[in-house]
Ligand binder design. Sequence first.
Ligand SMILES: *Cc1c(COP(=O)(O)O)cnc(C)c1O
Length: 403
Amino acid sequence: MNATERLQKRFDAVLMPNYGTPPVALARGEGRHVFDVDGRRYLDLIAGIAVSSLGHGHPALVKAVAEQTAALAHTSNLFLHEREVELAEKLVDLLGAPARVFLANSGTEANEAALKLVRRAAGAERTYYVSTVAGFHGRTSGALALTGKPAIREPFGPFGAEVRFVPHGDVAALRQAVTEECVAVFVEPVQGEAGVVPAAEGYLAAVRAVCDDTGAAFVLDEIQSGVGRTGRWFAHQAEGVRPDVLTLAKGLGGGLPIGACVGFGRYGTAFAKGDHGSTFGGNPVAAAAALAVITTIESDNLLDSVTELGDLLAAEIGAVDHPLLAGVRGAGLWRGVQLATPAAAHVQTRAAEAGFLVNAVTPDVVRLAPPLTVTREEILEFTGALPGILAAAARDAEEDQRR
Ligand SMILES: *Cc1c(COP(=O)(O)O)cnc(C)c1O
């Protein structure tokens, strides 16, 4: 047994089986690379699901976290501290509109805050929510109620919130579903967990119009798409549309757990004192990490390089000629590689063998979300290896068929 297998065995004995057994056991990271417990090195093209936006061990993140931990690691919300204020100021500034922020510890908690916020703003007459088929908003009961993936949702119902689902991008279905009894519409600009699936252009503007017409709140989940991932600070800025409530997490903390629920205009002040809270939310260390992420994206002009390198990544993948490859979509450094057959798990395995971490997000889509600091050379290293990875995965898939 190697070190990975030994650790997997210990993992299986004491951790709940909800994740299955992860195939790779990581020990440390350095820049865009990670090393497993057996010393193998990988180019990280998934960044902990679009989280490690500055890669691993970035000096700005390390410094911010170390200094803040030494100065004051935790306050609770009984006391305020400057980092949380600075972070909220920064987010409001980047959003360019009057807004208020609630800080949480994860994406699902940001959406839970949004659920309560829009309920509070709507009053009791509005009774139901609208969300999208195949959308993902988190795993707690409230966020899961909004999640349109039957396999992960149905075993845990019934839910406290009534949610009606419409196909993502279908404006006519949305118009039908949203009435003056609807509390809020929850939507992602691009459905990440469904395989990085963008809505048709103009969809967010249509959601905005439907919400304006009916008085329902427009909640935009940018937990995966936000904070530079698409080459904009926030994906919705590409469409010039503003939601009423915006949720963020993943890339915001660069690896430290943090989430944010932003309310614009009257949604910024819909919570009264005592309406919501979190012991860890707005934690100084997580807030310092998020500030380091934002200031590094600014100082290193990462939004420009994300756009440029994301285009390069898509173009180089698009130029690969292999029957298993059916297309590539997404924006910036956030891409879904569509396969012709459900061979994504094989691609993930073969990529890891070749020294690249990618994610089989659905049976036939491979997700790429590298650190925003990835280089041109690293992208070309991967796309150069891709034909070989696809060929090996195709052979594995054929073998499955024969079995
Ligand atoms: C990851 C994700 C969530 C849930 O975030 P957690 O931090 O895992 O709780 C919610 N919405 C979207 C769009 C996500 O990608």
